[in-house]
Ligand binder design. Structure first.
Ligand code: ADP
Ligand code: 5GP
Length: 206
């Protein structure tokens, strides 16, 4: 039987490059699966139901909470976002590591419920570079960029709750650093207690 997959939470400032990094990870390594969240926010232009998100009504979202279909959910800027349980658990049981790109409240709930989860915070090398990327992406007005930078300053307060920071300077290096951290997480003693027990019992029988 293949080893059970682990949960990897990726958070970070808007414009840090989370989407770009995760896409590059999935292209380079094939043992990672990306969870698709449910949300009550409206799709943006170009977004497709079931690809970026499952876009659901508020009633449907509340029903999902009630029926315990979500492993975590949070309210973010007047909308709900949550991680569907079934896909995540199935992928982990199949031995795949599952990436959740979620904000900090959700990240902390995941850590509480799944202490073996790996929490990564993605940041560009400097605030100037963050601004350059947000402007360069061209998806937000200057006013929204200003709000997002302001929010980044608040989010920076939460970084110490994460396990590692990933500085997304050169993309390929960041992909490698993320992959290495995940591999190291698999080798943590606390996540391998069954193996250790098995080894002990085999050794006592030698
Ligand atoms: P996020 O998902 O964190 O909001 P994006 O993945 O949309 O961020 O990236 C924001 C912008 O920064 C995009 O225009 C993207 O092409 C660019 N970008 C991402 N990673 C890097 C990098 N390592 N170096 C330079 N630009 C990058
Ligand atoms: P956006 O509306 O820009 O797509 O996402 C807003 C924020 O919600 C981002 O920080 C994103 O990471 C976060 N988010 C997306 N899906 C989930 C989820 O399932 N749970 C939580 N807690 N946050 C999410």
């Amino acid at each position: 039987m293949s080893e059970q997959g682990i949960l990897i939470v990726v958070s970070g400032f808007s414009g840090a490059g989370k989407g770009t990094l995760i896409k590059a990870m999935l292209e380079k390594y094939h043992n990672y699966a990306l969870s698709i969240s449910a949300t009550t926010r409206m799709p943006r232009e170009g977004e497709k139901d079931g690809r970026e998100y499952f876009f659901v009504s508020r009633e449907k979202f509340e029903q999902m909470i009630e029926e315990e279909q979500l492993i975590e959910h949070a309210r973010y800027v007047n909308n709900y976002y949550g991680t569907p349980r079934q896909y995540v658990f199935q992928q982990m049981a199949d031995g795949r590591d599952v990436i959740l790109e979620i904000e900090i409240q959700g990240a902390l709930k995941i850590k509480e419920r799944f202490p073996e989860a790996l929490l990564l915070f993605v940041t560009p090398p400097s605030a100037d570079e963050l601004k350059r990327r947000l402007v360069g992406r061209g998806t937000e007005t200057m006013e929204v960029i200003r709000q997002r930078l302001h929010r980044a300053a608040e989010e920076a307060e939460g970084i110490t709750s994460y396990d590692y920071i990933l500085i997304n300077d050169k993309l390929e290096d960041c992909v490698e650093a993320m992959h290495q951290l995940i591999q190291a997480q698999h080798r943590r003693v606390s996540g391998n207690l069954d193996f250790i027990e098995q080894m002990k019992s085999e050794l006592s029988a030698v």
